[in-house]
Design a protein around this ligand. Structure first.
Ligand SMILES: Cc1ncc(C[n+]2csc(CCOP(=O)(O)OP(=O)(O)O)c2C)c(N)n1
Ligand SMILES: [Mg+2]
Length: 533
């Protein structure tokens, strides 16, 4: 019997190193499920398509290999789209495979027919329909390679049901034609190094992908060490007001040269106005070399490969030490002295900083921290300095932390995972605790329960006044019992002194857990600006 398209697809995924697919079933993809039987490709099946993509996103960010999600046609695919936007803004390699109606029924009102490729296109690097069974191997290899090349990001493939179910010929082995941008040319590299040498306060700013993972991050660190430049990564939807930057936010305006490595001069840098008027700005971007107001130089080049070249050239000359790099690092590390007392405070409801104090030893011991948005999320991001963290990212979307925590636990099975989020955010994907239990990912979810959508409530207070706060109240619900009802472990924490033992029990439970902490709903800390996601 000739192999089916579905079995060729699974073979191609396995050949590309994919061992796990994050999925939610549906008519149009059951052939793929069937084809995984007896193969080394496991299905992690979830409770919502967006959650499947968030898990694949976490996998992509942590492993630098594409995370793969498989969903059904029409509504399944559309449910996945908002999470694809998260992966795109976080520069995370993700491949979304979506079942689709059969080719012969196209345009005739087929079941769940919708322009899937068109719907995905604005939020992916590339999207196409896999219409030719003979090309399955090639197309899958190309999608996987595209997701990780240049600026990493999501890629979408629609899979018509008849292509999956029909016979598929033996694939011809063709290497995927993915063009990666080169490093910056020698002449231009010399010019950039000259600009770095002229600068007194040079600052390298990277996008999310260059901020994580050794492969991309190491050359950036090397360039900074050689030249004495400071490095900051912009990965928060609060941009230069990312609370994790702390005092470094205030020193941005002191830089006299900014080297943007794979970082667009977008909203997160206030379109360039975050820097001084006379600051020179040089941009190296894998996709765009478009000159823009504010930019001294804009070049299309691979930023990591360019950093290697720039560092090599820079190493051939002497760089006087200025203390600038240390000054920026110190500004980023320091937290306000007034926080010390709050960290130890025993008041109720519990202050977010007190929760952070209880989390800190676990983070220091190597737990992966996944923090969502909202005010509670900002406190956690501001107060903790984990070696590795996942945050919602530049999409500014809330809701991803719980499913991302599952992806993180599967990607780093040896490490505990703490997923920290507000009570509103918990509701987005709370049922993934069930997925966590089924797939053996005992994550610990810490809910900061202030019985409101506090980030928006805070904005209402600021912009409309106390008399005009509306539509942001929640109930102080027993989210811990949701975890218990799903077979997990639940803890309700009302008093500060109960935090540490509750967290210890949750981490030791060996099952997914929810630690529901009744917190004081306070506005996020700001270090020079405010408001946002
Ligand atoms: C998908 C999405 N929907 C809505 C928002 C707007 N939003 C940002 S933060 C927030 C409130 C979050 O509330 P909660 O999770 O309880 O955290 P808190 O701010 O109360 O600490 C909302 C609604 C968003 N950023 N993303
Ligand atoms: Mg809240």
């Amino acid at each position: 019997m000739a192999a089916t398209g579905a079995s060729r697809l699974v073979e191609a995924l396995a050949a590309g190193g994919v061992r796990r697919i994050f999925s939610l079933s549906g008519n149009q993809i059951l052939s793929v499920y069937d084809a995984t039987i007896g193969r080394d490709v496991a299905i992690v099946h979830t409770r919502h398509e967006a959650a499947a993509v968030h898990m694949a996103d976490a996998w992509g960010r942590l492993t630098d290999e594409p995370g793969v999600a498989l969903v059904t046609a029409g509504p399944g695919h559309l449910n996945a789209i908002s999470a694809l936007y998260g992966a795109r803004m976080a520069e995370s390699p993700v491949v979304l495979l979506s079942g689709a109606s059969p080719r012969a029924q196209r345009g005739r009102g087929a079941f769940q027919e919708v322009d899937q490729v068109g719907a995905a296109r604005p939020v992916v690097k590339a999207a196409w329909s896999l219409d030719d069974a003979a090309r399955i191997g090639d197309d899958v290899a190309r999608a996987l390679a595209l997701a990780t090349s240049g600026r990493p990001g999501p890629v979408h493939l629609s899979l018509p049901g008849d292509v999956l179910e029909g016979a598929a010929p033996e694939p011809a082995l063709v290497a995927p034609a993915v063009v990666t941008p080169p490093a910056v040319a020698e002449r231009e590299a010399l010019a950039i190094v000259a600009l770095l040498a002229e600068a007194k306060r040079p600052l390298i700013i990277t996008g999310p992908a260059l901020g994580r993972g050794r492969r991309r991050r190491a050359p950036v660190d090397r360039l900074a060490e050689v030249t004495g430049a400071a490095v900051l990564t912009i990965e928060s939807p609060r941009g230069v007001n990312d609370p994790w930057l702390r005092g470094a936010t205030a020193v941005l305006a002191q830089a006299d040269l900014v080297l943007l490595l794979g970082k667009p001069l977008d909203f997160s840098l206030r379109f360039g106005t975050a820097f001084a008027r006379d600051c020179r700005i040089v941009a190296l971007d894998p996709e765009s070399a478009a000159p823009a107001p504010h930019l001294t130089l804009a070049l299309g080049a691979d930023p990591a490969a360019s950093a290697v070249r720039l560092a090599a050239i820079a190493a051939t000359r002497a760089w006087p030490s200025t203390g600038w790099r240390d000054q920026v690092a110190a500004a980023r590390r320091a937290t306000p002295p007034a926080w010390e007392e709050v960290r130890r405070s025993s008041r109720a409801p519990i202050h977010p900083l007190r929760v952070c104090a209880a989390l800190a030893p676990h983070v220091a011991a190597g737990a992966t921290l996944v923090a969502d948005g909202g005010e509670f999320g900002q406190w956690v991001q501001a107060a903790l300095d984990p070696p590795e963290r996942l945050i919602n990212g530049l999409s500014g979307s809330i809701g991803s932390a719980l499913p991302m925590a599952i992806g993180a636990r599967l990607a780093r099975p040896e490490r505990p995972v703490l997923a920290v989020m507000g009570d509103g955010t918990f509701g987005f994907h709370a049922f993934e605790l069930d997925t966590a239990l089924r797939c053996g990912a005992p994550i610990v979810v810490v809910v900061g329960n202030d019985a409101r959508w506090n980030a928006e409530h805070t904005l209402q207070l600021r912009h409309y006044g106390v008399e005009r706060t509306v539509g942001c109240e929640l109930l102080p619900a027993r989210y811990d019992r949701v975890a218990e009802a799903l077979g997990g472990h639940g803890e309700l924490v009302e008093r500060a002194e109960d935090l540490e033992p509750a967290l210890a029990r949750a981490l030791a439970a060996g099952r997914p857990a929810c630690v529901n902490v009744l917190i004081e709903g306070v506005a996020a800390p700001t270090f020079g600006g405010g408001g946002g996601h």
